[in-house]
Every structure is written in C-alpha cells, then in structure tokens.
Write a protein that binds this ligand. Sequence first.
Ligand SMILES: Cc1cc2nc3c(=O)[nH]c(=O)nc-3n(C[C@H](O)[C@H](O)[C@H](O)COP(=O)(O)OP(=O)(O)OC[C@H]3O[C@@H](n4cnc5c(N)ncnc54)[C@H](O)[C@@H]3O)c2cc1C
Length: 538
Amino acid sequence: MPFSSPYDAIVIGAGHNGLTAAGYLARAGLKTLVLERREIVGGCCVTEEIAPGCRASTTSYIASMLRPEVIRELRLAEFGLRMVPCDPALQVPFPDGQVVSWWANRVRAAQELRKLSERDAVRFVQVDDQLKKLARYLQPFFMEPPPEVGTGSLHGWADLVRVAGRFRKITNAETAQLVSFLTGSLGEFLDQNYESEKMKAMFLANNVYGKHGGPYQPGTAVGLLFHLLSGGEHELQGFYGHVMGGMGAITQALAASARKLGVEIRTNSPVARIDSRNCAVSGVTLEDGAEFRAQTVLSNADPKRTFLKLIEARDLPPDFVGAIQGIKMAGPCAKVNMVLSEEPRFTGTPSSHSPQERSLFTLVPSLEFAEHCYDIAKFGEIPEELWVDCVIASNADDSLAPPGKHVMTCFVQYVPYILREGNWDEKRELLGDRVVKKIAEFAPNVPNSIVARQILTPLDLERTYGLTEGNIFHGDLNLQQLFFMRPVPGWSQYRMPIRGLYLCGAGAHPGGGVTGAPGRNAAQQVLRDWKGSAWKKN
Ligand SMILES: Cc1cc2nc3c(=O)[nH]c(=O)nc-3n(C[C@H](O)[C@H](O)[C@H](O)COP(=O)(O)OP(=O)(O)OC[C@H]3O[C@@H](n4cnc5c(N)ncnc54)[C@H](O)[C@@H]3O)c2cc1C
C-alpha cells in the first residue's frame, strides 16, 4: 500500500454525498473514515422526530434525482431504501377552489390539463417531448467531471472533442432551444407557450426551488430541463418519489451500506481544521483537538465552510480564496414542519382521491406575483404572501405518525437570509404564522389542528445543518455557478488546490439536490488519482 497512515481517506461530513463518496472509496478497498459534526448522519437528507412519535423529513422532502447508479451500486434497496412514485407529481389548489393534478402518466396529465385550456394541453405534450429530448443531451454530463475547457493542454483538447461528440446529432433548432433554456427565463418561456395563467402556475409550482431570482430572471428556464434528468431506481425522466420512512431512509441506507463495506462513521465529531504540509493534505483536527491522519481528505461541507473556515487562507492561492468568497449563497428559503391532529382538508380536492393522492399541495403565486415576492425578499423583508409547498407525508407513509396524527412539511420559497430589520430569532414565529395563514386560505381546518410546529429559517438551516447562509444547494444554482464554474472556475474536477483534498458535496458539479452525483463523481476522481502514479511517489 502506498501509505502507512491509519486511514487512506477521511470524509468530512456525513451528508448523502459524503456517505456516497465513502461507500465508493471503501468498495475500492480504501480504509475510510467519515466525521460528522451532528449527532446523526444525513446532513439535509434526514428524518427527525418533531413531536413524540411523529417523524418528518425536516429538510429535503421529495426524492427526484437520486441517481440509479448510486441506488444500484451501493445496494441501497438491500439496506431498506424504498421509494414510491408521487402520483400526482404535483397538485395545485387555486383560490377559486379548483385543484389541478399533474399526474405521472402523461396522457392522464394532458387530460386533466384540458380543464385549463385545450390548446395548452396539446402544447403540453409537444413541450414535454421537446424538453425530454433536450434533457437527454445534458444527462451524461451529470455523472462525470465537467470538461476542462482550456485548450492549453492535451487534456483540454480531449475533453472538448468528447463534449463535441455528445452533440454530433444535435440540429440547429435544438442548439438554439438548448441555449435559450440555459440563458432564458422560465416566465418568458411559459408566456410564449401557454395561454392559461393556471397552466403557467402549474409549471412554476415545479420550478425555481431554492434558487435566487423570480421566474423572469434570465437562467431560470434551465430548471425545466434539470427536472427531466432521470432519477430513481428505474431511471425515469422526471421521477418524483416519496421515500418510505422519510428522506432519512436514503442516508440510513447509505450509512449501512458504507459500514458494511468497512467505512467507520463517527458522529459528534466536528472538524475544526484540515491539516496540510508542503501543499499536501495530511489529515484533520477536530474541535476537541483529536487528530486523524490521511493523505486524502474529501470535504462534504459547502465550499465557503471548507475553504474559509477549515483552512488557513495563507495555505490557498489568493485568487482561489477570492473566488470562493464570491460564491452567491444567501439562501432564499425556509421550512415549516407540523404535526396535526387531523388531515388538512384542501378545498376542492376530489373525494375520489386516495390518501396518497392527497399528499401534495403547492400553494403557488402567479408568475408576476412570484417575481414581486422575490423582490420583497431580496430587500430583506418577509413577503406577506408566501409560496408554500406542502407535503402531507403521513398520507403517503403512515409509519411517520401514530393513528390520528398527521405530519405535514412545508417548504417556503423567497425569504431573505439577511433581514432588513431585526433578526430571525425575533421573526421566526412571524414566518410560521404567515405560512399557516397562507395554508388556511386553502385548507381552513389547519390552524386549529396544529399540535407541534418546527420553523427552520435560513439562519436555522445554517446553525443546525451547517449550510452557509442557509443555502440549500451549497451555492446558488445559477449559470455562473454551474458546470465547469462550480464551485469556482478552474476547480470543477473535484480536486482542490491542496494536493489530496477534494470537494464531494453539493457545492461541486453537478450541484445540489439529493442525487449522490457529486459524491460518486468525486470518489471516482480520488480513485483515478489513487491508481495514478503521480502523487503516490511523493
Ligand atoms: C429545507 C431544504 C429542502 C430541500 N428539499 C429538497 C428536496 O425536496 N429534494 C431534493 O432533492 N433536494 C432538496 N434539498 C437540497 C438537498 O437536500 C441538498 O442539496 C443535499 O442534501 C446536499 O447534500 P450534501 O451531502 O452535499 O450536503 P449536506 O446534506 O449539507 O451534508 C453536509 C454534511 O457535512 C457536515 N459538516 C459540515 N461541516 C462539518 C465539519 N466541520 N465537520 C464535520 N461535519 C461537517 C454537515 O453537518 C452535514 O451533515 C433541500 C434542502 C433543504 C435544506
């Protein structure tokens, strides 16, 4: 073996990407240690008790793009992972009492959308074909390091040729469409394609989550393609799944798989410092002073936390530090989780719906109003009207709450990280009250049935889950921060400026969401280097 150190690799953080990376490293024979600051594994993919006997996916709540490779190769089903497709994938109640469902089956979805506009329902099928085709061009880039775009090296040329090869069958029209999706706005795309405002709201309900910018901001149309990247065990385009046992079942399965492969996982182990010697990583030191040695360290923490808190600036190139400081974070969302004594009754829900079909309701504003809400939040205020994505998880999985109790999680879009007046400790309950008020407009029985309420402001996401500025994706998913520019230009291939140090979390390509892709890609890069001779000799 090239090293005599006790561990071959140390992973900082047991988020789903850290656990994924650890699993792959151990599978290849590396002695791997995972160090997690919290008392539980999972990062922001966890199930936690929010009231006695009632468990909720406190942060992430729907599995859409979890990579089939990760599910298969780390044998997650054997370790208890079970997902059930969300059907409908989306459901929007409107103020006039109409509830529109976006069924997983496209023919059924189009039929339902005819209630909004015959013309739009026809267009929906055409657009779906177009989007799925374009998404397939992007799909292969998801599971590999982005190309080095410079032509100053043979590597760069080889990468460019490889990328060009992927597009050899693309037509002029498709190229134009792809560029406009990458750079255009969701709002303009919807205005051009659909006539019904409700139809546009349906699409909005499925997009721009966690991102900065209202729907008319350039670059917001790309989400339409991202959502059609495949995910789930059966690699379905546009998959949305309820995870049985909550999202934590994903990270519990990843941890069990990793342990079986020999990974050691220590919780309550916050890393204070990444140690290096002669520009090469040498291990980590915990906050309590304990030291662990390894010549390979992967950080699952976000880029700002990793490079601005765990490493001395003098150990990094100044331009790199400057670029990391410039990453846009300022998380624009929050979460409110509730336990209820009765099921929320959303007005207009057809009585024929099964409990599972009554588990998703998105309370979404119009395109114009969403733009307005973002502007309010941008200037540090909490909008009066909130965009709230409600999931009554116990309707899809009754193991989450005892009989007679219901668990509802509510994702809240467009709140500021920094408030213009006061602070989040003072404004937490106000946010909770506004969310409940919004829900009551559509499900009037909710306010009087609340048994417990957990409010996670952007500040709570930072404090509890370790997300710098509460950014749920470890850095905004805008075009300047994607692909070969993620985390920062020149450093997108998981290797970081200190030899032996890698980034393996959502701050690396391809970005946030529960996918396992950055973790798997980073582990593969480590293994490539491990096999290569360049740094073994040093
Ligand atoms: C409220 C919310 C809702 C979301 N909804 C969805 C959704 O429905 N679907 C979806 O796909 N995605 C969703 N996301 C996004 C998704 O959950 C994240 O992008 C993804 O889970 C990030 O995974 P990760 O493993 O890269 O990082 P994380 O999950 O952030 O894990 C990083 C880990 O590193 C640990 N850590 C940090 N610093 C240290 C240190 N110094 N020492 C030791 N450990 C450290 C942290 O404690 C954490 O456990 C949501 C996120 C949030 C917060």
